[in-house]
Design a protein around this ligand. Structure first.
Ligand code: ADP
Ligand code: ZN
Length: 297
């Protein structure tokens, strides 16, 4: 049975794991994300010497996913300037000598949920993380969806509510995008306290649900995913789920009501794999790379 190396490369932390072909995390460690010169040797030290059939990386973005371009496998114009242009996939392939599967962190998480979690058996699923940033991963037919670059559903423009105490979303690029109005840091900027300390404040979560529902309605209208899975730190506020479902129903205005929308409790669901969807998805990217190279899982 093959073992896969899995790296969930995040802006603040790197989750490294060895995962079995059955999706069992055998060993895991978490390292802080510093600069490539400092962090990459630490990552390689974890993976080196382990009997890995392939490696998978789910990486913070934007990243190059078009295999026909030299940017494939590299981190692109990230605000984390030390990582800009870093060819992370090639670096692991050369250092470890195994095939490397590569995608965005959120596409990896979506794939993890598809392979082992709440989107098993579905053809299409969307995974939205609402944390420090907001990111959308999409799986179609068991494959992460890329398109031209990759979806940037976290930066979807949404309508700011007139009574929002935050005059402008906190995204430096967009005055009114989902990440700028609904991420954990935007909640803190709006209400003056970290999101986790605002659990009892109804107005906080009602406004949050209003914004998240706008994005979910757009994803439903454009992608028509069979399920939407919500993860990330902010979604630990479980009271958000009924608020979001009710608001999605209201905003859809009865225009679409069939399919999964008839049972919103099963359609808009929390992430099901604890915090492991990222590494399990990265392992799935590794399994796909292994198969593409003639291996059998
Ligand atoms: P990251 O996005 O950095 O990978 P997380 O998904 O954990 O990590 O998101 C961190 C963000 O989530 C922080 O902005 C924090 O305010 C928020 N957060 C973390 N835990 C909670 C909680 N229990 N309730 C509400 N917000 C939370
Ligand atoms: Zn934005």
């Amino acid at each position: 049975m093959p073992y896969f190396g899995a790296l969930e490369a995040g802006g603040t932390k790197m989750v490294c794991a060895v995962v079995s072909g059955q999706g069992e995390v055998m060993e895991q460690t978490v390292l802080p994300t510093r600069c490539p010169e400092a962090t990459v040797p630490e990552l390689l030290a974890f993976f080196r010497g382990k009997p890995l059939a392939a490696m998978g990386i789910g990486c913070f973005g934007p990243v190059g996913l078009d295999r026909r371009t030299p940017q494939y496998g590299s981190i692109l114009a990230t605000p984390k300037t030390a990582w800009r242009g870093f060819p992370i996939a090639a670096c692991f392939r050369e250092a470890l000598g195994v095939p490397v599967g590569f995608d965005t962190d959120v596409n990896a998480a979506a794939l993890g949920e598809w392979a082992w979690g709440g989107a098993q058996g579905l053809d299409t699923a969307a995974y939205l993380t609402v944390g420090t940033g907001v990111g959308l991963g999409i799986v179609v037919g068991g494959r992460p969806y890329h398109g031209m670059l990759h979806p940037e559903g976290g930066h979807l423009p949404i309508a700011r509510r007139a009574d929002d105490p935050l005059a402008r979303g906190i995204c430096p690029f967009h005055p009114n995008c989902l990440e700028g109005l609904a991420s954990g840091p935007s909640i803190e900027a709006r209400w003056g306290r970290p999101a986790r300390e605002l659990a009892g404040q109804g107005a906080v979560w009602e406004l949050e649900a209003f914004y998240l529902a706008q994005a979910l309605c757009a994803y439903i209208m454009v992608l028509s995913p069979e399920r939407i899975i919500l993860g990330g730190g902010v979604m630990r506020q479980a009271q958000l789920f009924p608020l979001i479902r009710a608001e999605v129903r209201r905003q859809l205005g009865g225009y679409i009501s069939g399919g999964g929308l008839a049972e919103l409790e099963q359609y808009i669901v929390p992430a099901s794999l604890g915090d492991s969807q990222g590494v399990l998805g990265a392992a799935q990217l590794a399994a796909d790379a292994y198969r593409e190279n003639g291996g059998r899982v």
